[in-house]
Design a protein around this ligand. Structure first.
Ligand SMILES: Cc1cc2nc3c(=O)[nH]c(=O)nc-3n(C[C@H](O)[C@H](O)[C@H](O)COP(=O)(O)OP(=O)(O)OC[C@H]3O[C@@H](n4cnc5c(N)ncnc54)[C@H](O)[C@@H]3O)c2cc1C
Ligand SMILES: *[C@@H]1O[C@H](CO)[C@@H](O)[C@H](O)[C@H]1NC(C)=O
Ligand SMILES: *[C@@H]1O[C@H](CO)[C@@H](O)[C@H](O)[C@H]1NC(C)=O
Ligand SMILES: *[C@@H]1O[C@H](CO)[C@@H](O)[C@H](O)[C@H]1NC(C)=O
Ligand SMILES: *[C@@H]1O[C@H](CO)[C@@H](O)[C@H](O)[C@H]1NC(C)=O
Length: 511
């Protein structure tokens, strides 16, 4: 969330209260009783229900645009508590959803509609390391995991940049970070997990145990139960050079040329781009003559500045002279802080300060290696960015993240490694907009969707996939499956029938 994201997100404190402020027994006496809450109480899980002073903050989503009202929230202390909660949902006919970091773009941890049971994993925060294998309770957030690994033998994983994103949703649905071309998605680095399935059973899943469940939970995790812990194979943390080449002087035409040069460079079959390069483009409104800033940035792990200079020289020949260049040698944790847009390691510890919120809509495109963006599509996209994008009160940004190219571990893995269904991607584009009160939801959403339409309408022969961790809140289940799991939908439906025939764990885009 370097710079751009940090500045576009409204920061204000939320309570970090965990669990009921008023015992359910008192609320029950005041008429708030439901069969679900009674069951949860009997199971020793003091539920938070409407009427509790904690309800408003406990049910407040990261995306304030989607304030679904859960029937109840619980904060189990262990897998047995999670199991009891799932059984209460099944018994009383209330659909159940897990919440790890609560950062779902569609607020699906709250159900994606009113009336679900949210099983919040905030109290499942154990962290341990055994040799090179780390095991993390599903209530941990990315910042906690990164900090713990660094502090315990300078270990590391590839994952996203925002410290408050939860490991549950992130690893369950993929989880991309700048080291991912070398180490894979976070889901790819998971070697086993513990999961409570819809029947309340506490199961271990790995490549050798409940392998079909493991396959499904590492890519479509939200649909197959409540993961209570993840075990991952960690790596030795690497020093790196963070680079950023900023182009303030570009207009739409130069920026479109810039993208064309960037994707050709990234996908060059002869001069293969080293997998140790994490590469992005950021486009966002900013102080430049055109009102929009285009920058090519990223992190190159394990090399010196001279290697960065020589690697990017051919690309810069095409891009022209940057308005400004930044090259910073950083150790691993400094890089984590830099990418997160924070200053101190304490800011990675999510138990020490409350999360932020935003009011936004986002959606995405995966551009395939086999069908890079054509000239018409990139011209239209950048005309949109530099035209309507330079004159809107929606605070938007677009980030292009390189997944493939060269010997990328994400792209070269078997396409059926796990449920994640976009191994053919060259890069993702995330289109994100904070919608201010002065703009209607419909107008804000339409403005952001205009970006994706600019690409798709000019390249109709390509069936673009999308990234499920940037889940689009406007999709029907059918549209969602087509975009996120085009080749895995049938298998996922079959596995859903096997592990959750009554659809106890369920949200509007589920199988
Ligand atoms: C500021 C910000 C920055 C981001 N940066 C990146 C990035 O760099 N790279 C990237 O890949 N993505 C990024 N994302 C997207 C992020 O990966 C997803 O939003 C992710 O799903 C959030 O996980 P969560 O646990 O915080 O969310 P939640 O809302 O808690 O969960 C998301 C979904 O997963 C389910 N779920 C949660 N926990 C579990 C569990 N333990 N078991 C089963 N299902 C579970 C929920 O029910 C829900 O459907 C970012 C998001 C934000 C808001
Ligand atoms: C975060 O802070 C808490 C409270 O000080 C501490 O117990 C915990 O160990 C810290 N986590 C990490 C990963 O350092
Ligand atoms: C790398 O390039 C920058 C200019 O972009 C220059 O300032 C720096 O000295 C170069 N570093 C090396 C080691 O060549
Ligand atoms: C980091 O430090 C800078 C300089 O002191 C400050 O402007 C900025 O607000 C800090 N950022 C965070 C997230 O604390
Ligand atoms: C910018 O937007 C405003 C309000 O939508 C509109 O009136 C104006 O003509 C636009 N300006 C340009 C240069 O497009």
């Amino acid at each position: 969330m370097r710079g751009i994201l940090a500045s576009s997100i409204a920061l204000y404190a939320a309570s970090s209260a965990l669990g009921a402020l008023i015992p359910y027994s008192d609320l029950k006496a005041r008429g708030y009783s439901t069969p679900l809450a009674d069951c949860l109480q009997t199971a020793g899980l003091d539920p938070v229900v409407e009427g509790d002073a904690a309800y408003a903050t406990d049910s407040s989503p990261f995306n304030l645009r989607l304030p679904w009202k859960p029937a109840a929230l619980v904060y189990p202390r262990d897998s047995r508590g999670v199991s009891a909660a799932v059984k209460c949902g099944a018994k009383t006919g209330v659909k159940v959803n897990a919440r790890s970091g609560g950062h779902s773009y569609a607020a699906f941890a709250l159900g994606g509609e009113d009336g679900h049971l949210t099983v919040s994993l905030d109290d499942l925060r154990t962290l341990s390391l055994s040799g090179t294998k780390g095991t993390f309770g599903a209530g941990n957030h990315l910042g906690d995991v990164a900090l713990f690994l660094w502090e315990n033998g300078k270990r590391a994983l590839a994952h996203g940049t925002c410290p408050y994103v939860g490991i549950g949703g992130h690893a369950g649905q993929g989880g991309f970070g700048l080291p991912s071309r070398a180490w894979g998605l976070l889901a790819d680095q998971i070697t086993s997990l513990e999961i409570v399935t819809a029947d309340g059973a506490i199961r271990t899943a790995s490549k050798t145990q409940n392998a079909d469940l493991f396959w499904a939970a590492t890519g479509a995790g939200a649909s197959f139960g409540i993961i209570t812990s993840f075990t991952a194979e960690t790596h030795a943390a690497l020093d790196s050079i963070a680079f950023a080449y900023n182009f303030d002087g570009y207009g739409a035409a130069r920026a479109s040329e810039g993208l064309q040069a960037w994707q050709a460079f990234a996908n060059d079959p002869v001069n293969k781009l080293d997998t140790a390069v994490g590469l992005q483009i950021h486009v966002n409104p900013g102080s430049s003559p055109s009102g929009v800033v285009f920058s090519v940035s990223g992190v190159y792990y394990g090399v010196d500045e001279a290697t960065v200079n020589s690697t990017f020289a051919p690309l810069l020949e095409k891009l022209g002279t940057p308005t400004s260049t930044s090259l910073q040698k950083q150790d691993w944790i400094t890089s984590v802080l830099y990418l997160a847009g924070v200053n101190t390691t304490a800011q990675l510890n999510t138990t020490l300060a409350p999360d932020t919120h935003d009011t936004f809509y986002a959606t995405s495109t995966f551009v395939p290696e086999a069908a890079p963006m054509n000239q018409e599509a990139s011209d239209a996209l950048f005309e949109y960015f530099y035209g309507p994008g330079a004159n809107t009160s929606v605070a938007w940004f677009a980030i292009f993240d390189l997944y493939g190219g060269g010997d990328s571990v994400i792209a070269r893995a078997d396409k059926d490694t796990n449920a994640f269904d976009a191994r053919d991607a060259l890069y993702s584009i995330q289109y994100y907009g904070t919608i201010p009160a002065s703009v209607s939801d419909a107008d804000g959403i339409a403005f952001i969707q205009g970006m994706k339409t600019a690409v798709e309408s000019n390249q109709p022969e390509t069936q673009f996939k999308e990234y499920v961790n940037y889940i689009d809140s406007t999709y029907t289940a059918a549209e969602s499956h087509k975009r996120y799991y085009p080749t895995h939908t049938d298998k996922l439906k079959t596995l859903k029938d096997k592990y959750d025939p009554k659809r106890v764990i369920n949200f509007p885009q589920d199988f």
